[in-house]
Design a protein. Structure first.
Length: 289
């Protein structure tokens, strides 16, 4: 299989703490350093959250701006994907960082149960976030926790309501949501192939499901996500020493299935996400003609 595999690293998230694993990067400086190592190991997308000084999650645009600046400086070419997830804020606060014009942003298009709460994504908020991404030229990565989310993402894209190329991520293994089940996974892949053959998809497994879902996705020709947000362990008894170590594990699977690991240029080409400088130049040229 010759198609390059894009590896996304979810570096921090909203939940893991240093009590769970001392390697979890919390400060902006730690996140930049951890992402740089993961980038060198083969990750070409960084899925990013930010934290307050006390480690609690936030959607503070100023913190996101500092993180984006540092990643652009130390990881040139990396696709920066900012989270609009519901654990870090409420309502339109969740999209307050979109004017920073990141390459990508996560987008949940439906609600579902999490272990202790309802992860609510009301239609009005989904439509507003999608509209903001259109305004600022931000490609969504649709985080699908359920089959209905995949179907809704395809419809939103077909209706012209999602910017750029359709990219759907199956999130598997969250308790009360989509299980890490191979039959389910295969059906989701078929759904994407049948209903959106020109789209790209990836898959992420939570906790011990991470390596399992990584392998399914790589073997099936999709892309995959790893990182300390989703899983703080290498195995049941061993904490992951870094985000880079989890990326290296995904790279090993790519080698096993003879999938080249996408370079950042290949990842941008596959997802049709140009460098922001090239994007701005293209927009300027089109406005003059």
């Amino acid at each position: 299989m010759s198609k390059p595999c894009i590896i996304c690293v979810a570096i921090t998230g909203s939940l893991p703490t240093k009590a769970n694993n001392p390697a979890v990067p919390i400060s902006i400086e730690e996140q930049i350093e951890s992402t740089h190592a993961a980038f060198e190991a083969g990750a070409t997308i960084a899925h990013c959250h930010v934290r307050n000084d006390d480690g609690t999650p936030t959607s503070d645009p100023e913190r996101f701006a500092r993180l984006v600046e540092g990643l652009n400086q130390h990881c040139p070419g990396l696709i920066i994907q900012l989270s609009t997830g519901g654990r870090s804020g409420a309502g339109q606060e969740r999209g307050g960082m979109l004017p920073l014009r990141p390459d990508m942003a996560s987008l949940s298009v439906g609600s579902n149960n999490f272990p202790t709460r309802v992860y609510e994504n009301a239609p009005d908020l989904v439509n507003w976030l999608a509209s903001e991404m259109q305004t600022y030229g931000v490609t969504p990565e649709v985080e699908a926790f359920d089959l209905s989310h995949i179907v809704q993402a395809i419809k939103l894209h077909q209706d012209g309501n999602l910017y750029g190329k359709l990219y759907v991520q199956f999130v598997m293994g969250v308790k009360n949501a989509m299980p890490a089940d191979k039959d389910v996974f295969d059906f989701y892949v078929k759904t994407m192939q049948d209903r959106a053959p020109d789209a790209e998809w990836c898959a992420a497994g939570i906790g011990p499901n991470q390596i399992i879902v990584n392998e399914w996705a790589i073997a099936a020709g999709g892309h995959t996500r790893t990182g300390l947000e989703d899983n703080v362990r290498i195995d049941k008894s061993t904490l992951a020493p870094s985000n880079a170590a989890l990326v290296e594990r995904a790279v090993d699977l790519c080698n096993k299935y003879e999938r080249p690991v996408a370079t950042w240029r290949q990842a941008r080409d596959i997802l049709n996400v140009p460098l922001r400088s090239e994007f701005n130049s293209s927009v300027a040229n089109s406005s003059q003609t």
